[in-house]
Design a protein around this ligand. Structure first.
Ligand SMILES: [Zn+2]
Length: 236
């Protein structure tokens, strides 16, 4: 199991860590700032700096077999570090921050468009969500205006954990949820954008919506009879 530093502090760019194991699948650390691919958000890239001054380039981060296990995927041909080695794990922060901004923006999109979300992907500078919606009259300009209004209103966004039992006892907590929380693990991590959206999410987000910056709706696609795909991009 890896201590997931980004879960409590998504703004952490680096952390000291120790190598637990390294093989062809990836390098495991006792703690990390690297987010592993999941929930529509790509894994981080970055560097592991070793005590001798050398560095191993990490090209992707994926989940391992165990819960909370993170595999740092080194570039092809990299010399793997020995178990026990002390490293500094350092993410490509510029890319991660763009992913955090777009990820948070997709939460806003859930609040602007009412419909069941059936899929989504956070990309670098762009993102999309698929909605189960028979209505084909979605208005690109209206959606963009609503998103940019919520962004400019600068709502705080913060994660919080709730117990399964609390969630069951307080149905008002889940009123705005477009995704059913995973039950059976005792507690669920929620992302709350104050006054706007609340839903289960294990990803990384910015702390306030103004940090997202202006966005545009680039395209609305029909992907099947009831499936509408809304594509977003940063305006600058
Ligand atoms: Zn999220």
């Amino acid at each position: 199991m890896t201590e997931l530093v980004f879960r409590d502090d998504p703004y952490a760019r680096s952390c000291a860590a120790r190598v637990i194991a390294a093989d062809g699948r990836g390098i495991r650390l006792d703690r990390t700032v690297f987010y592993a691919t999941g929930g529509g958000q790509p894994g981080d890239a970055g560097l592991l700096r070793l005590a001798d001054g050398s560095a191993i380039a990490i090209v992707d981060t994926v989940k391992g077999d165990e819960p909370d296990e993170v595999l740092h995927v080194p570039e092809a041909g990299a010399i793997l570090p020995a178990p026990g080695a002390e490293v500094t794990a350092e993410i490509d922060w510029a890319r991660r921050h763009r992913l955090m901004r777009m990820h948070t923006c997709l939460h806003l999109l859930c609040a602007v468009v009412s419909g069941e979300v059936t899929g989504g992907q956070v990309g670098d500078g762009k993102g999309r969500l698929d909605f189960n919606l028979p209505d084909t009259r979605l208005d690109k300009e209206h959606i963009a205006a609503e998103l940019n209004r919520l962004i400019a209103e600068d709502h705080p966004a913060r994660p919080r954990w709730v117990a399964d039992a609390e969630l069951a006892a307080r149905p008002e907590l889940v009123r705005t949820m477009s995704v059913k929380p995973p039950a059976g693990q005792g507690r669920v991590r929620l992302l709350e954008i104050e006054g706007v959206d609340l839903q289960p999410c294990g990803g990384t987000h910015v702390a306030r919506t103004a940090e997202i910056g202006p966005v545009e709706v680039t395209k609305i696609e029909n992907k099947g009879k009831q499936n509408r795909r809304i594509n977003l991009a940063f305006r600058s």
